[in-house]
Design a protein around this ligand. Structure first.
Ligand code: BES
Ligand code: MN
Ligand code: ZN
Length: 488
């Protein structure tokens, strides 16, 4: 993670200086100072580039003052209308423009809180998964290592920072997990990485094959049975509420460490993407880490269903009937609709064991959600309007946006099976909805929401605060949900 420091406004003697500029603003403070030192060169460059401070605009001026390698102007849009999200985006743009130097001095302006969020944006954008790059030349590596945030109320910014640093650490844990290839991140390895979280004060328990067989997790184990890598169910608990007995909030994640489709095998093109079919579980792990790191005053439980979906001589066949932990039977007509089978047992186990205030599950569940919503909104399904509303608002606030889709009897009927309680697919029309209906059959009538993150868990291009690759979509959204509504 980038190192972040805070100080009072003063021109740096080296590195990159980033000025966050609101629409229509005139030079003042450090901006005026550096412009003067450059002999008006910065003002001329901004005018020549038609830089007006609009949201998303930016302009780089090379070496305008001796010592300073670049001055970068980043547009914020109208400062009065800018929320935390806009400051994060500006920080993200600042980091993206500052890879060539070790130190960036960031001048965000705004309130102390807004300035801290600009720093968060910079830190999030500067993430890189470089564990397996052994041959990069030093000159090709990004150099940025340190952000100096300058602000009149720098002491206040500093106080606001640790909570946000906790968020960034959780996001990075998720991004690391999601980026790992499936030969490394098997269910067992994933569970081991979760066990390391006990260092943060989390309680972590892992159920293995034997335990799940004994409990009767027929749906999850049906998916797992074709793989040489044994499944795991990870239970992560955070006890942060002052009153010990407060019921927990619960988060459940689909953790298919690789999804070949099983016997209903996927086409070869793009199959490598299915290493990130564990993003739901990765997000739950990252979220639990955030709650622990920032000592959230809440009781929370995270459940991760970890399996690998492979075709083999021991794999589940299309037409097989499995008996889920809930007792309901499922006719598996397509072994590629495996995530719902994993979640069926994880959700039932969660509500039965923890009696939670609500359950939110996350899953890269359907290709159909990408067709419906693309890569900017995740699908939201819920049996509770209040919970859906809170989630939607938390999504707007963090930039991890949700769009609600319906649940209804007509869709539920599409899961009718000729020989079992239900089948695991409902046909192509409304594919994301029938998948959600399937999950709803395993929540036992409890308050619940399902986030289909198949379109948002991974980005094929750089975004404001997310470089290309694993986004950790959901970590910040759910942390915000908890912080706003469920802490004492
Ligand atoms: N993991 C996939 C969904 C997915 C597809 C995520 C593309 C990200 C990108 C899921 O297990 C799956 O295969 N779903 C099937 C369901 C179908 C067989 C009913 C799908 O969406 O095609
Ligand atoms: Mn699948
Ligand atoms: Zn899948």
């Amino acid at each position: 993670m980038l190192e972040v420091a805070f100080s009072k406004p003063a021109l740096p003697k080296s590195g990159i200086l980033v000025l966050v500029i609101g629409e229509g603003e005139k030079p003042e403070g450090l901006w005026a100072e550096v412009d003067k030192a450059s002999g008006g060169q910065i003002a001329r460059a901004l005018a020549a580039a038609s830089f007006k401070g609009k949201r998303g605009q930016s302009c780089t001026v090379l070496a305008p003052v001796s010592g300073i390698a670049r001055v970068v102007a980043v547009g914020l849009g109208k400062r009065d209308a800018a929320g935390l999200r806009e400051y994060e985006e500006a920080g993200g743009a600042a980091a993206a423009a500052s890879a060539t130097q070790e130190v960036m001095t960031l001048v965000p302006g705004g309130s102390a809180e807004q300035a801290a969020h600009a720093a968060l944006g910079a830190v999030l954008r500067a993430y890189r998964f470089d564990k397996y790059r052994t041959k990069e030349k030093p000159e090709d590596l990004p150099k940025l290592a340190r952000v100096a945030v300058v602000h009149e109320e720098h002491a206040k910014v500093k106080v606001a920072w640790p909570e946000l640093a906790a968020v960034a650490e959780g996001v990075f844990l998720t991004r690391d997990l999601v980026s790992e290839p499936a030969n490394v991140l098997t269910p067992d390895e994933f569970a081991k990485r979760c066990e390391e979280l006990t260092e943060l004060g989390l309680k972590v328990n892992v159920l293995g094959l034997k335990e799940m067989k004994k409990l009767g997790f027929g749906a999850l184990l049906g998916v797992a049975q074709g793989s040489a890598n044994e499944p795991r169910l990870v239970v992560i608990e955070w006890h942060g509420a002052a009153k010990k007995k407060v019921k927990p909030v619960a988060f459940v994640g689909k953790g298919v460490t690789f999804d070949t489709g099983g016997i209903s095998i996927k086409p070869a093109a793009g199959m490598e993407d299915m290493k990130w079919d564990m993003a739901g579980a990765g997000t739950v792990a990252g979220l639990m880490a955030v709650l622990a790191r920032r000592h959230a005053k809440v009781n929370a439980v995270g459940i991760l269903g970890l399996v690998e979906n492979m075709p083999s001589g021991t794999a589940m066949r299309p037409g097989d009937v499995v008996t889920s932990y809930s007792g309901q039977t499922v006719e598996v007509l397509n072994t590629d609709a495996e995530g719902r089978l994993v979640l069926a047992d994880a959700l039932w186990y969660c509500q039965e064991r923890f009696d939670p205030r609500f359950m939110v599950n996350l899953a890269t569940l359907t290709g159909a959600i990408i067709i419906a919503l693309g890569h900017d909104y995740a699908g939201l399904f819920s049996n509770d309007d209040g919970l859906a509303q809170k989630l939607t608002e938390a999504g707007e606030a963090t930039g991890e946006k949700l769009w609600r889709l319906p649940l209804a009897e007509v869709y539920d009927k599409m899961l009718k099976s000729d020989i079992a309680d239900m089948k695991n697919i409902g046909g192509r029309p409304g594919g994301s909805i029938t998948a959600a209906q399937f999950l709803q059959r395993f929540v036992n009538g409890r308050r619940w929401a399902h986030l289909d993150i198949a379109g948002t868990a991974w980005a094929s291009k750089d975004n404001a605060v997310t470089p290309k690759g694993a986004s950790a979509f959901g970590v910040r959204l759910l942390d915000r949900l908890v912080a706003t509504h469920f802490e004492e």
